[in-house]
Structure formats: C-alpha cells, structure tokens
Write a protein that binds this ligand. Structure first.
Ligand SMILES: [Ca+2]
Ligand SMILES: [Ca+2]
Ligand SMILES: [Ca+2]
Ligand SMILES: [Ca+2]
Length: 442
C-alpha cells in the first residue's frame, strides 16, 4: 500500500511538472541574441519568441532595421532571421504588412543552404505589435512592375543589328540577399540592349544567381551561367569568342558589394595585401558577391578577367555598394566606367520602384523610357542620341534630388574615363573625365 501511494505521488508530481512546463512561455529574444545563442548551442526545435520587422521578400524574414534590404551590401548575419511560414498562413490577408513590427512565436532550427548555415524559425504564431492602421506604410518592392516596360518596347529591324557584346552580372550572395530588384535591373538593361540598341541576344551573356532565370512576370530573359567562379569564367570564355577587338563590351554589375565604409568600417572586401594596387586611404580591395559561394569575387581578379578581353571600348555600369572602388582596378584607355557610389559608401534601392536608384536612371536614359513606357529624354545636347555622359548626368542629377530615407548623405555616382582610375562626381564633355563618355554610345 505504501508503495502504491508512493507511485501515485510521483505520477502526480510528474504530471504537475509537465503541466507547469507546458505553461511556461518561451523565452523572448532579439534577433541578434538568438543568432549568438545559436552559434554557441545546438538549437533544435527550441521554442522561442522573437521581435522584429517583418518582410516577405525576397524570402520571409525578420529584420532589425528596414535599411538593410535597401542597401546593396550583404546583410550582417546578426540583423536578419529567416522564417518558415506555414503554407495555410501565407495568404497576404493573414500576414502582417511589409515592414511592420511583429512578435513571432515558433521553433528554431538550423540547416545548411549552399555554403551557409542558416538559422530559421518555423512560425507558429505572428502577433502584430501595432494595429495595421498605426503602421507606417513601407514601400514593398513588387515583381510585376516591369511588365509594362517589356510591352512598350518594340523590336528594331534586323537591318541595324549591333555587333557589340554585353556581360550582365548579379550574384546576390544567398536567397535572403538576392533581391527582386537585381533581376529587374538585369531585365531592364537586357531589354534596352536588345530592343532599343539592336544587340544580338547571342552577344549578351547573363550571369545570375544559380544559373536559372526567375519565372515570374512576362519579362523573363535568358540566364547563361551561375554566379560562381566557374560560371563567371565560362562567361568570360564565351565573350572571348564574341569580341573581335572592333566591337564594344558593355559590363553591367548589379549586386551586393563589399569594401571599407567611411564610418562603419570593413563591410566585406579585404585589406589590399595581395598584389597591392589600391590608392584609397584605407588600402582596401572591393568585392562583389557570388551566389551561395563562401568567398566573394575581389576587384583584382575581376579586373584581370575583364582585362583579358579584346574589346574596342569598355562601357561599365557598376551598381554595388563600394563600386567607386572598382574604377581604379578597371581603369584603362578606351574605358568609360561609372559607379553608383563612392569607394567608401553604400548604394541603394529606389524608394518607389523595384530597381536600384542609379541603375534605374541610367537605363531609363538609355532606353529613352521608364519601366512603364513613359518617355524619358536625357538627350541634353539634342543630337538625337543618348551618350554615356548624358545617361550618367541624368542619373546623377535625378538621384541627387531623391531625399531617400532622409539619409545624411546620399550616394554619389562617379564617372571615370580618362584612364587615371579616379572618378569624378561632375564630369564634363570638354576636358578630363567625361570627354570619352560624351562620344560613347551603346
Ligand atoms: Ca584592388
Ligand atoms: Ca579597389
Ligand atoms: Ca545626345
Ligand atoms: Ca579620372
């Protein structure tokens, strides 16, 4: 009898304990602390609560700050947390608005995606921290907005086909970093080259993410190679066979870039220790991201690859953060190089359309229309053609007018074409940087 009483007591205690455990709410974490915790301990189906800003693009995530998805530099690991949203809960009506502050409850787990070890939350509950009405409306980048652009461009006659070549590149780092705007930028540039300037599709090499095109929207373009070292090398080999020394090469890079930020410090990139060539005060090599690959592409290697190509003239439009630092590496005669920002600074997404600011205005100027087909006239000298100098000036002036996110300092595009590797913010057609760009056309 005493033993029966003993077991009953133990059973009651166990049940009580289990019941109590069930009722203990999961610990509330910040994104940063949960990431630190996951680095130290193995997390597996651990129940957690996390607060953050919710976004659903390019994949569902919590963020510490809405600036991160806007800049063209890889997000630090501590500022975002991937979310697994259950299918039956993924209807827009059930999910919070883009950019709103939420508390997520769910179970965290780690998996390996490409070269990255990712921490994700399987979402059980989402609670908005403010009512929908109280939320500040945040611009959510869309996927279909360039549909009108593709419809508005008509193919030009076979008669005036261009012999020029192009390399269009975007890596994106990983699925959390590969923004929709990178693809939109590529599509806008590709359509402009083919439909407005008569580039032959066989002379345009597209290197993008894992090597396959996005499937959304009717504006799809071919993708030839994956954005990893072998893919880029294959792209260079292809261009070698297309370039004769008499045709031009357009190089367009839209992506994340790394370098030395003037106030934040290192942000990717690397100290210029291997074959030193840098002249900036920080002596830093800039980098461009691949997709799902552990190391980035450094400017020295990129410049060497471009340098082995036999083009008549190189026209480069460089969108990544720190892209001003690529100008010195890529310098040379017969080269018009333009960057979205300075060597020590970030470049940004456009605040109201799903493109990057600098790229959007350069491409619109060249296309003579925006992505919706509205006419754009950047031909300031009225000769009926848009020179690379006119396209740069159009982007520089309109970009400067955008008081984007009330940033203390906006991005400052640079143009370099006199071969000294130093870009200027105000080029001109008569002397120094700008002379070559004034006579350079697609
Ligand atoms: Ca370098
Ligand atoms: Ca550099
Ligand atoms: Ca003109
Ligand atoms: Ca210069």
């Amino acid at each position: 009898m005493p033993s029966k009483l003993f077991f009953t007591t133990i059973l009651a205690l166990l049940l009580l304990q289990c019941g109590t455990r069930e009722e203990v709410p999961p610990k509330t974490w910040t994104i940063q602390n949960l990431k630190l915790h996951a680095q130290k301990a193995q997390v597996s189906e651990e129940k957690v609560r996390v607060k953050g800003l919710y976004v659903d693009q390019p994949v569902p995530m919590l963020l510490t700050n809405m600036l991160w998805p806007r800049v063209n530099s890889k997000m630090p690991d501590s500022v975002y947390l991937l979310l697994d949203v259950p299918k039956d809960n993924s209807e827009p009506a059930d999910m919070p608005a883009y950019g709103s502050l939420v508390e997520i409850e769910g179970r965290c787990y780690q998996n390996v995606s490409g070269s990255n070890k990712e921490l994700s939350i399987k979402v059980d509950h989402v609670r908005a921290m403010k009512s929908a009405a109280a939320q500040t409306k945040v611009y959510r980048p869309g996927r279909m907005e360039f549909q009108d652009f593709t419809d508005s461009v008509t193919a030009i006659p076979q008669l005036i086909r261009s012999q020029n070549c192009a390399l269009l590149y975007s890596g994106g780092f990983d699925r959390a970093g590969a923004h929709i705007r990178f693809w939109n930028n590529l599509v806008f540039m590709y359509k402009t080259l083919v439909n407005v300037y008569g580039y032959s599709p066989k002379n345009i090499v597209v290197v993008y993410r894992a090597g396959t095109p996005e499937t959304y929207g009717p504006g799809s373009i071919p993708v030839h190679f994956a954005a990893h070292p072998e893919g880029l090398q294959d792209a260079i080999q292809t261009l070698k066979s297309r370039l004769t020394g008499e045709n031009d090469l357009l190089l367009y890079v839209t992506n994340h870039g790394g370098g030395l930020h003037r106030s934040i410090g290192p942000f990717g990139g690397r100290p210029d220790s291997i074959a030193p060539d840098e002249i900036d005060p920080g002596r830093f090599d800039e980098s461009i991201d691949y997709y799902d690959f552990p190391a980035p592409l450094y400017d020295d290697h990129f410049a060497a690859m471009i340098g082995c190509l036999n083009f008549n003239k190189l026209i480069a439009v460089l969108q990544p953060c720190f892209s001003g630092g690529l100008l010195h590496d890529l310098r040379g005669p017969h080269r018009v190089l333009m960057s979205a920002c300075k060597e020590d600074d970030l470049s940004y997404e456009h605040p109201t359309v799903p493109f990057d600011i600098f790229s959007y205005y350069v491409i619109s100027a060249l296309a003579k229309r925006d992505h919706r087909g509205n006419p754009v006239n950047a031909d300031t000298d009225g000769d009926g053609r848009v020179s690379m100098l006119e396209a740069f000036e159009h982007a520089r002036i309109i970009g400067a007018e955008l008081d984007y996110l009330r940033l203390e300092r906006r991005e400052e595009p640079l143009l370099e074409d006199n071969g000294d590797g130093i870009g200027v913010f105000r080029p001109n057609a008569r002397f120094g940087d700008g002379v070559l760009a004034n006579s350079a056309f697609l």
